[in-house]
Ligand binder design. Structure first.
Ligand code: WTA
Length: 655
């Protein structure tokens, strides 16, 4: 292969050549909430001329106990939305629907991996939430306290979230794939008072245990007073006397009377940890009124949500997508939400398609990495099922390559369903750049244009807008309702990471370009964050996990393009005291990372080296490592490299 062939990125190339356009069908547009480009442009003009008026109009559609006195208080980089207003997101997701026929509508349709299923109507969900809120109170959890949720995809996770929100406790959900160490760090960072977990859950036919990780974590979490354990699998678990309590036993001791607290619009709703450029994960803080407003609006508009829909977002609730688009957004709209516990390929690779047919799912929202896995498994699996109930498809989490988009369009959508490619982040809380399905003509591979009320620009590092089709940094120029408010306990880092890279604007950390139609093409992260199967991982976090192993002297972690996962994790490692690496040690290091962070961060590839390439000032040259990881060849500038022989060595190691 020539050097050019090896270094060219197929994704970027094909994206550049992409000019197919798909218009909303007249039939879809006729029934859509926003049914034409003209209408969308009118909203955009409104959002441009009077963003605060626009968002206030959207917020008015929700329930407020007390109206706000000021829409936005912007003291850069701190925003307060709907100042002086009081509301409650649990009230908006539940109580509001109980006064009409909706009380008997299915709120949650849940299917366990073994095939068991449950349905909770709004009335039933409300009852469970009120009861669990009373359990929280019984254990002295108060407004402002933090509660850690480390749970599988069971209705009780949504119940626990809504119960916390109901009494004003701030939840911090830790994805069940994280290790005991990661759980411990997150509990301690937020100073959580309680943890809610389960004995285990089902994944690919086997039981995954959760409680043992909690037991390990709780050896080093001084702020935790109690632990509530939901029984899912029935496996035997250790129950620490005085600390651990069964969910079902506690629920039997309380009644269902628990009015929602009137909370300030800026009351902290949740903390969600995400990876950044340094080793320590950032606790992204979201508050109540603005978050509710933007997730409710985007769920309605972007998914064109209607009363009769069966809506399914496949994300785990442990990630932001699950917070905003499995629980809060859809329930605030009174939707019927499907929730599935397990793997997409159990017992066979058609499980998702079977679920869609069984429940007559109409809206399906998933990640490009999942779509690429479906493509790999083969179209015979979806073709076994009708999929005739589907009317809208969505994607999130990473750029979707046009080939995957076309496959999704043809094989799953049968050419009938609009696709909404939605760009947003843990920090933005809700969707920011997206088509509206009845209005926006789409092109495979682009999230198209910002929502009304959202102002996005592509800029150079010194803050100048770039021209059409020029790459630059994606920034957000105005505060938006569901924006993060700070990093928990580290406001300085909040200012620095998001508002100082390019002064005066929010720095998203993504590279992008805008084409001649004003459509945004996301080119991926520009910082040391990699996106593996739609999950954000900080390379620094994996490096510090590797270095904490006794044999490792130094480590550098980079991403390499991967057909299935988007990016794969490659670690370059130097060992202590002239040790030499071997396959056994590679395995040990992979396990060590799994223990420190979780299996999702395990390096796909570990390469041992005598030295890492560094600049004269001692900075690891990640760009070179990225090139080596991707292609084995270094094409870029190496003039600042301290020792060229290091490069030679890294290259020969691969052969
Ligand atoms: C990437 C997930 C291209 C992006 C909601 C962003 C995307 C990061 C898209 C946030 C998309 C998300 N097209 N890239 N439609 N959606 N990303 O915090 O790099 O887990 O910065 O939030 O995912 O990941 P996070």
């Amino acid at each position: 292969m020539s050097e050019k062939d090896q270094t060219a990125s197929p994704t970027i190339e094909s994206i550049l050549n992409e000019n197919r356009m798909f218009h909303p069908s007249a039939e879809f547009a006729a029934q859509a909430h926003v049914g034409s480009l003209e209408e969308l442009e009118r909203w955009r003009a409104r959002g441009e001329a009077d963003p605060e008026g626009f968002w206030a109009e959207m917020a008015q559609q929700l329930h407020w106990f007390k109206p706000w006195t000021k829409v936005l208080d912007w003291q850069p980089p701190h925003a307060k939305w709907f100042v002086g207003g009081t509301t409650n997101i649990s009230y908006n997701c539940l109580d509001r629907h109980l006064t009409s026929w909706r009380r008997n509508k299915a709120a949650l349709l849940w299917e366990g991996e073994p095939g068991d299923s449950r349905t909770l109507t709004y009335q039933q969900l409300h009852r469970e939430v009120c009861r669990f809120a009373n359990v929280l109170k019984k254990f002295n959890v108060k407004k402002g306290d933090r509660v850690a949720l480390y749970m599988p995809m069971v209705p009780e996770l949504a119940i626990a979230m809504l119960a916390c929100a109901r009494i004003g406790a701030t939840h911090s959900i830790i994805f069940g794939g994280f290790s005991a160490d990661a759980l411990k760090d997150r509990i301690n960072d937020a100073g959580c008072k309680m943890v809610v977990t389960a004995d285990g859950c089902w994944r690919r036919g086997t039981e995954v245990k959760l409680k043992p990780a909690v037991d390990d974590a709780l050896l080093h979490t001084p702020t935790i007073e109690n632990c509530i354990v939901f029984q899912r699998t029935g496996t035997k678990v250790h129950m620490e006397v005085g600390r651990d309590h069964w969910w079902h036993e506690m629920m039997a001791t309380v009644n269902a009377d628990c009015p929602a607290e009137e909370l300030d619009s800026e009351h902290p709703l949740f903390i969600l940890y995400t990876s950044g450029t340094t080793g320590k994960p950032k606790g992204i803080l979201h508050t109540t009124g603005g978050y509710l407003t933007q997730v409710a609006l985007t769920t309605k508009w972007v998914f064109d949500l209607k009363e009769e829909d069966v809506y399914w977002c496949t994300a785990d609730i442990g990630w932001i997508t699950g917070h905003s688009y499995v629980v809060y957004g859809p329930l605030a709209n009174g939707a019927t939400v499907l929730m599935y516990e397990g793997a997409p390929n159990f017992p066979e690779p058609d499980r998702f398609w079977k679920i869609i047919d069984d429940y007559r799912v109409t809206i399906f929202y998933t990640a490009p990495t999942a779509i690429r896995a479906f493509i790999k498994w083969g179209e015979q699996w979806p073709l076994r099922h009708q999929l005739s109930s589907l009317r809208l498809l969505g994607t999130v989490g990473e750029p979707i390559n046009p080939e995957a988009w076309m496959w999704y369009h043809k094989i799953i959508g049968k050419g009938r369903c609009p696709i909404v490619d939605t760009w947003w982040q843990t920090e933005t809380g809700a969707i920011m750049i997206t088509p509206l399905p009845g209005a926006t003509p789409t092109k495979p591979g682009t999230a198209t244009r910002p929502l009304p009320g959202i102002q996005i620009e592509i800029q150079t590092k010194d803050g100048h807008p770039v021209g059409a089709n020029q790459g630059g940094y994606l920034v957000i120029k105005r505060p938006w309702p569901s924006m993060l408010r700070t990093i928990w306990g580290d406001d300085e880092r909040y200012r620095q990471q998001y508002w100082s890279e390019i002064p005066g604007v929010y720095f998203a950390g993504d590279g992008a370009r805008r084409d001649e139609d004003g459509y945004h093409w996301i080119m991926g992260r520009v910082d040391d964050v990699i996106n593996v199967s739609g999950h954000r991982l900080g390379t620094a976090e994996i490096e510090s996990a590797l270095v904490s192993h006794e044999t490792v002297a130094e480590a550098a972690v980079v991403g390499r393009p991967d057909d299935l996962k988007g990016q794969a994790v490659v670690a370059f490692v130097t060992l202590e005291g002239g040790r030499t690496g071997n396959d056994e040690l590679k395995q040990k290091l992979r396990e060590h990372v799994a223990k420190e962070i979780g299996s999702l961060a395990k390096p796909d590839d570990i390469r041992f080296a005598d030295m890492l390439p560094k600049t004269r000032s001692g900075k690891i040259m990640r760009r070179l490592l990225r090139e080596i990881a991707a292609s084995g060849v270094v094409a870029g500038d190496v003039t600042t490299l301290e020792d060229f022989s290091v490069l030679e060595k890294l290259r020969t190691d691969e052969e």
